[in-house]
Design a protein around this ligand. Structure first.
Ligand code: FAD
Length: 516
């Protein structure tokens, strides 16, 4: 009825209409719905001291991707008879102010395991319960509820993918159809004196001097996500035969994987809907690959890392993180800057770091190469430093997945074969002997003959001159010798592992004592 009650739909991630149980519940039996997104200035405001355009927390690529996603969401809401209400400020304060001013009986938002949202949600939930407002916060960002898996495992997260798969089984919703469309939404209620704005542009946020060619080719939003998904799954053979480690990390015109990660990150695409589409494809083919290498297997990796991150205190750091090996990483700001700014002198590594800065996305194996190089492979720099750079610049930047993979690549957790090091020279060459990827992202090397493109410092000076690229002037000399640096890294890792074993031994001795 017209005098009926309203609800507040709080969008954070989950920037979509399809498979959005919070939105569905918000509209059920409500006379009006307030769809809200709160812009946290911390996340968005330009940081002029950062080495590339963006805020302290996010590169401009991700900020723009988010704004595009919000514009798309607003358009979709308008088609359903509603609109997006954009507000600014500390999100929990803003939401609580809205709850006070508007006549709402329930607040709905997708459950989020990230510590940032856990803290906000606690404040909002506390206020809501004191005001008699119903809170509905369903799990729909992941396939499973991480808390359920941890509980099934006796209170601790499973630490291997295989044990995760065993505990997880089939998702509870897998046997029923997900609700993927809405025909209409209740109208927006009276907004009173709340300051509502349109989705801002990057210029309105204060980003003025940026080069258009520095920006990612990937556009944000649910519409784009569903289009990409459709394209990916239309090739049934490709989906059925997908095997993760086999892709070509140097493919950039047409990447070897789906590039759905930024859409999953912001929830423009539901991972559950993606999963359902993939299992539909599997049903219609004779045979298909399986986890861990299949596409469904990739989604399960995502859930695996979400579960471990949620159940591990201090997951995003070495200290106080019980699953992280304690390793005496070096502190070398110059080497770190060389890596971050794509001037290590190894073209394969530098090209990947340029792709990170320009696109905010790289292939999984490319991420492997630069993460290994920074940490246990060559530079022996702390994985947290590399994590920070990825966290800011990736458009798919995701707390659980990013930290989980940095722990993995630095041999701090999950994976311990530290003698297996990616060569910054020969690894890329296997896929791209002509160096097209390097030529594209590092145009200074575009005329270097293929014999030298992966190690241009070995090119005779006459060739360097002819290629218009003098090593040491136009492009740097390598910051380390890979052979000796990688040997030294292995030696230090062996030492650190031995010490960790001793420490762990002592810890369990102590534990035994307290038990007695
Ligand atoms: P596809 O191969 O098409 O896979 C589909 C989806 O499965 C991905 O979109 C992603 O959601 C999930 N997925 C794939 N690989 C992994 C993986 N190894 N772990 C967890 N989930 C996975 N991915 C992020 O989404 N955010 C990050 O911040 C992130 N940081 C990383 C840091 C390092 C050091 C490394 C080595 C990897 C990182 N990854 C991260 C994982 C992986 O590289 C990307 O998810 C993948 O390359 C995204 O491309 P895609 O969507 O085409 O993947």
């Amino acid at each position: 009825s017209a005098t009926g009650s309203g609800s507040l739909m709080w969008f954070r991630k989950g920037l979509r209409i399809h498979d959005n149980p919070a939105l569905e519940y918000a509209s059920k039996g409500s006379a009006f719905v307030y769809p809200v997104f709160v812009i946290d200035p911390h996340y968005m405001e330009p940081d002029p001291t950062a080495f590339s355009p963006g805020s302290t927390l996010a590169g401009l690529n991700r900020i723009r991707f988010l704004l595009e996603s919000l514009v798309d969401l607003d358009l979709s809401l308008k088609k359903l008879g509603s609109r997006l209400l954009v507000l600014k400020g500390e999100p929990s304060e803003v939401v609580i102010r809205c709850l006070k001013q508007w006549n709402v009986k329930k607040i709905c938002f997708e459950y989020d395991t990230d510590p940032y949202y856990q803290a906000l949600d606690m404040k909002v939930k506390n206020y809501a319960s004191s005001a008699g407002i119903e809170v509905f916060s369903p799990v729909s960002h992941t396939l499973f509820n991480p808390a359920d898996i941890i509980q099934k495992n006796g209170g601790k997260p499973p630490l291997s993918y295989q044990s995760f798969l065993k505990l997880a089984g089939q998702p509870s919703w897998a046997s029923s159809l997900l609700s993927v469309s809405l025909s209409s939404l209740p109208p927006v209620g009276d907004i009173g004196s709340c300051e509502i704005s349109e989705v801002p542009t990057v210029r309105e946020l204060g980003y003025e001097d940026y080069e258009q060619d520095e920006l990612t080719p990937f556009r944000g939003g649910e519409s784009e996500a569903l289009k990409r998904l459709k394209e990916s799954i239309s090739n049934k053979e490709w989906v059925a035969n997908f095997e993760k480690p086999k892709g070509d990390p140097s493919a950039y015109v047409k990447p070897a994987t789906t590039v759905l990660s930024p859409y999953l990150k912001f929830g423009c695409l539901s991972s559950r809907y993606f999963y359902q589409c993939l299992t539909d494809v599997y049903k219609n083919v004779k045979k298909h690959t399986a986890p861990p290498v299949s596409l469904v297997g990739q989604l399960l990796w995502r859930d695996f890392f979400y579960t471990v991150a949620f159940g591990t205190p201090n997951f995003d750091q070495m200290k106080g993180n019980r699953i992280c090996k304690q390793i005496p990483w070096n502190n070398d700001d110059e080497l770190l800057a060389a890596w971050r700014e794509a001037r290590t002198g190894f073209p394969w590594i530098d090209a990947i770091m340029v792709q990170l800065r320009k696109w905010g996305w790289m292939h999984h194996l490319a991420r492997h190469c630069v993460a290994c190089f920074l940490t246990r492979g060559d530079l022996f720099i702390h994985w947290e430093k590399g994590r920070d750079v990825f966290e800011r610049l990736l458009i798919d930047s995701d707390l659980a997945i990013n930290n989980g993979n940095w722990l993995w690549l630095s041999c701090s957790s999950f994976f311990y074969q530290y003698h297996r090091i990616y060569s910054p020279i020969s690894f890329g060459k296997k896929y791209d002997p002509n160096g097209n990827y390097i030529r594209h992202f590092l145009p200074i090397l575009k005329d270097m003959p293929k014999e030298y493109i992966y190690e241009p410092w070995t090119a005779p000076l006459s060739i360097q001159k002819k290629s218009k690229c003098i090593i040491g002037i136009d492009y740097p000399k390598p910051v380390v010798s890979h052979d000796s640096a990688s040997k030294e890294c292995k030696r230090k890792l062996a030492e650190a592992y031995a010490l960790n074993q001793k420490l762990n031994g002592q810890v369990s001795e102590d534990d035994l004592k307290t038990l007695r």
